[in-house]
Design a protein around this ligand. Sequence first.
Ligand SMILES: *Cc1c(COP(=O)(O)O)cnc(C)c1O
Length: 395
Amino acid sequence: MDFVSRCVKGGRDTRTTEPHQLPIYASSSFVLDTVEQGIDIFKGNTKGHVYGRYANPTIDAVTQRIAELEAIEIDQEAYGILTSSGMSAISTIVLGLLKSGDAILTQGNLYGGTTELFKKVMKPIGIDTIFESMSDLHELEKVVHANSNIKLLYLETPANPTMACVDLEALSAFAKEYQLITVIDNTFCTPYIQRPLSLGIDFVIHSTTKYLNGHGNGIAGIIVGHKKEFYQKIWQAMKLLGTNSNPFDAWLLNNGLKTLALRMDQHSFNSLELAKFLETHPKVLKVNHLGLSSHSSHEIAKKQMTNWGGMMSFEINGSVQDGIDFINRLQFCTQAPTLGDVDTLVLHPATSSHLNVDRELRIQNGITDGLIRLSVGIEKIDDIIADVDQALQQV
Ligand SMILES: *Cc1c(COP(=O)(O)O)cnc(C)c1O
């Protein structure tokens, strides 16, 4: 072979034994041995890797692992579809399963991006969203009777930042009665703490960017389900919208998953310790933590979650400026607009995530001027408490 051709063609796989750790398959396509093999794969008769937007071995390994974790308590085999972000997991499932004229029934306190997606992208293309409280089933029945176009019930529990929960068992039974597809955003809990498929929910979605990755170094999302009749539709939407993940972010996610259980235990322990400390603090009006019996969702959480997770919020007795001052005085905790990382992250919703929400409406939803949201990390709890305490002393 010529020098020039040797340069072009070199670098094929030389491995002799299985790698101990998952490799990153940075290849946009895969070699077909024969034309017939290609036909079989494209027809869907055999499984195989052909093109990176359809599937990739690194991505598939991680996807399968998360699907198994979500489905550990159900008898059916589950499948997963890894996407480029949590938002694309949501848009892909909605566009894969609904059509113009269909409607979504959901709660008012969703992740901000999800509410915006439904209002600003789905509504203009004919997929309407009806926002209702999920606590009154009789009220929901009336809504479903009045709107025969509702096809999907979209849930998120616990919800940001007050940690309000909805009853998954009751709502999945309700949805079955009216033949609604159920989807839940399980980002805050991960399958280590909450397994909605075992409670009758059809689909779980995640922003794996958060706890599943855990280290704040990759963006991705996942859709997990066990109903094969829907799989082809959602996979097709992912493939044709091009909302696929990439091997590097999938690989980072795979690394993060190894310590998921250890991390969630420590997040849960630390957040409860911090909540107990804040509950008796003279400058704190209210603490929103599911482990406290004072939280209005404490009983629902006990029923459907195995631990509390790392998310919580609390109200400083003060103004918007007091909230700003508190955050600015923190030295150990980090101000960053994400959650689920190993280190403690804080956010002042009134001046960040809810900056553009009308003050009255914001306060109605429990997001008061002095509300602080915490994603409690896995550091030594004494360091977290000491930092929060010194910042509160000066308020
Ligand atoms: C972050 C987040 C999302 C969006 O995920 P991205 O990975 O940022 O696209 C959706 N739902 C919840 C609960 C989130 O916290």
